[in-house]
Design a protein around this ligand. Structure first.
Ligand code: HPA
Length: 274
């Protein structure tokens, strides 16, 4: 079946559920999903119930859409996302985002947990993504172009909206949170990178590294969405410290920064992103 038809069937299904027509989309990364609990007048829809969204690979941890209002702004949230390392196709990774966009979102706030390549960064920092390096080896736009969504050869020179970064920086300052701005490099995972790989992307200009976000931002850019990307630095990247990396460490830091993270994102919505 054509990709556009799959997306439209997903949209129809959600519209039948009478969910709010969203203006802002949020993708909540590892450990940052709690923001969805603060959505008012919400409708939650597990991805599995939506036509053509594949089942989660982790039993009992299915992701879901949460529609409703945050600071009186109609939002669509993805609480959990599909990762390439789980085995999904590049098109499957971005199908939920394309559905949210067809529902009405104009702005995307995308978040993730990331390792710091830049050794000036500290664990617990937030980094606004200024640009990215796609080192995943895949592109969600490969294949027939869904012309209704965007052009065959989309521009990527403004993938991350500088004005939204300014809004983010203003809010961060007002809540007394130190933030960084930098380049996010995406690897396919699921293993953490080798020290040599981290050295390489550091020389290329990367400040942080992770296993997500880039496919969604490519698809967002293709559809003309304004994007704000926020990385939560959960660890120093491979080889920058003597200790090995662990997923537990990533989740632990995510847990610790949750309150600040929620404050930041809610503050950004209140400051105005539309
Ligand atoms: N590498 C890749 N992905 C990550 C990391 C990392 O160091 N930390 C959190 N997600």
């Amino acid at each position: 079946m054509e990709e556009m038809k799959k997306i439209k069937e997903g949209v129809q299904f959600l519209k039948k559920k009478k969910v709010t027509k969203p203006k802002v989309g949020l993708i909540l990364g590892s450990g940052l999903g709690e923001l969805a609990n603060e959505v008012e007048r919400k409708t939650s829809v597990p991805y599995e119930e939506v036509p053509h969204l594949p089942p989660s690979t982790v039993p009992g941890h299915s992701g879901r859409f949460v529609f409703g209002f945050l600071n009186n702004i109609p939002v669509a949230m993805m609480q959990g996302r599909y990762h390439y390392y789980e085995g999904y196709s590049p098109q499957e990774l971005v199908r939920p985002l394309r559905i949210m966009t067809q529902m009405g979102i104009e702005v995307l706030i995308v978040t993730n947990a990331a390792g710091a390549v830049n050794t000036n960064f500290n664990v617990g920092d937030f980094m606004f993504i200024a640009d990215h390096i796609n080192f995943m080896g895949i592109n969600p736009l490969r294949g027939a172009n869904p012309d209704d969504l965007g052009p065959r050869f989309p521009d990527m020179s403004q993938a991350y909206d500088p004005e939204l970064i300014e809004v983010g920086e203003t809010v961060a300052k007002s809540i007394g949170k130190m933030t960084r701005k930098g380049v996010y490099a995406a690897f396919g995972g699921p293993c953490f990178e080798t020290p040599a790989e981290i050295k390489m992307v550091g020389r290329w200009g990367a400040d942080a590294v992770g296993m997500s976000t880039v496919p969604e931002v490519i698809a967002a850019s293709h559809m003309g969405l304004r994007v704000l990307g926020i990385s939560c630095i959960t660890n120093m990247a491979s080889g920058t410290l003597p200790e090995p990396l662990s997923h537990e460490e990533v989740m632990e830091v995510g847990e610790k920064v949750k309150p600040e993270f929620k404050k930041l994102v809610k503050g950004i919505l209140a400051e105005g992103v539309l």
